[in-house]
Write a protein that binds this ligand. Structure first.
Ligand code: PMV
Length: 323
């Protein structure tokens, strides 16, 4: 390890929320996935030297403030991100004040743990004027994600740092140029989902009922591959139908619940072309595809009436996300 020669100054790091359009869970087994960064739902981290009277690094995040080492368990990936990044820049004993500010809810399948870890790592590199390649940032974010998820596929670490939609498979990322003229509606069920638990649940199913589970995962992968053609050809009806089929498969894997199913039904009842849970499931968010901005508004209203706590609409071909 090299020792940092510079005194840190204020460092800033930014990442964003993401949704998984196709391929959550199956991506863990080497199948492809497609994810879309929601660039206006930002995660920002700020790092500066700790106050003179602070004996150790501090964290201020999600309304909590205190010594970084005393942070509650849901901040474990931020602790790990700070540890690996300070080690990397050669300042493992640095006393820093870390602050994160998030424009989207945590534990809702929007990638907040990877986004927070990525933002903190970037802020620490910035504070030490340390250059880093995207591959190095990815590797360090994955270290932090292991604390949150166990064995993360890497999709969240990639998508929360991406500037465009991505195709991801077995660690390889390809940027996608989406020109589909449709709207994605995102609805927060208000229920916290634990990705660690749902990933472990699918793993148990895989071990106990190998044939059925691997078929289900393979079909999720096939849908993702076929969806690439639909995206290229802007076949929105087919994309919607594939989302709905994905939701049924994810339900069969046991990672949906009544609230998520109700939100998907409400969206489809209001004219959505399809819908599915997004991310780890067990709670968290649902996404639906709407043909026009006006349809998206109707779908949002139906999902709010069916119990959604918040909704956003996003045109995949732009950076805009309307709250
Ligand atoms: O729940 P999220 O946003 O962290 O997404 C998890 C995606 C999974 O495929 C379920 C896990 C993974 O490591 O890719």
């Amino acid at each position: 390890m090299r020792r940092a020669l510079v005194t840190p100054h204020v460092g800033i790091g930014q990442t964003s929320a993401k949704i998984i359009l196709f391929g959550e869970h199956s991506v863990v087994y080497g199948h492809p996935a497609i994810a879309v960064p929601l660039r206006s739902l930002r995660m920002r981290a700020r790092v500066e030297p700790a106050m003179e009277n602070d004996a150790q690094s501090t964290l201020t995040a999600l309304g909590w403030s205190g010594a970084l080492s005393d942070a509650p368990s849901h901040f474990a990936s931020i602790q790990r991100a700070a540890a690996v990044a300070t080690e990397f820049v050669g300042a493992p004993d640095a006393r820093l004040a870390l602050t994160t500010e998030s424009g989207f809810p945590a534990q809702r399948g929007l990638g907040s743990s990877a986004a927070a870890a990525g933002a903190v790592i970037r802020a620490i590199f910035d504070a030490y004027d340390a250059p880093a390649t995207p591959e190095q940032i990815f590797a360090l974010t994955q270290e932090a994600e292991k604390v949150a998820h166990g064995r993360p596929s890497g999709l969240d670490a990639v998508a929360t740092s991406a500037t465009a939609p991505v195709h991801f498979q077995a660690g390889r990322t390809t940027q996608l140029d989406l020109t589909v003229d449709a709207w994605l509606v995102i609805a927060d069920s208000g229920i916290q989902g634990s990705t660690r638990e749902t990933v472990a649940h699918v793993r148990r199913q895989y071990d106990d009922a190998f044939e059925a589970t691997s078929q289900c995962l393979a079909r999720l992968g096939e849908i993702t591959t076929d969806a690439l053609d639909d995206l290229r050809e802007a076949r929105v009806e087919q994309l919607g139908a594939k989302m709905t089929e994905s939701h049924a498969l994810l339900s069969a894997l046991g990672v949906s619940n009544d609230s998520l199913d109700a939100l998907v039904s409400a969206a489809r009842g209001a004219g959505a072309l399809g819908g599915k849970l997004t991310g780890g499931g067990g709670g968290g968010c649902v996404i639906a595809l709407a043909g026009t901005r006006e349809d998206a508004r109707l779908v949002e209203a139906a999902m709010l009436a069916a119990g959604a706590h918040a909704t956003w609409s996003h045109a995949p071909s732009s950076e805009e996300v309307a709250a």
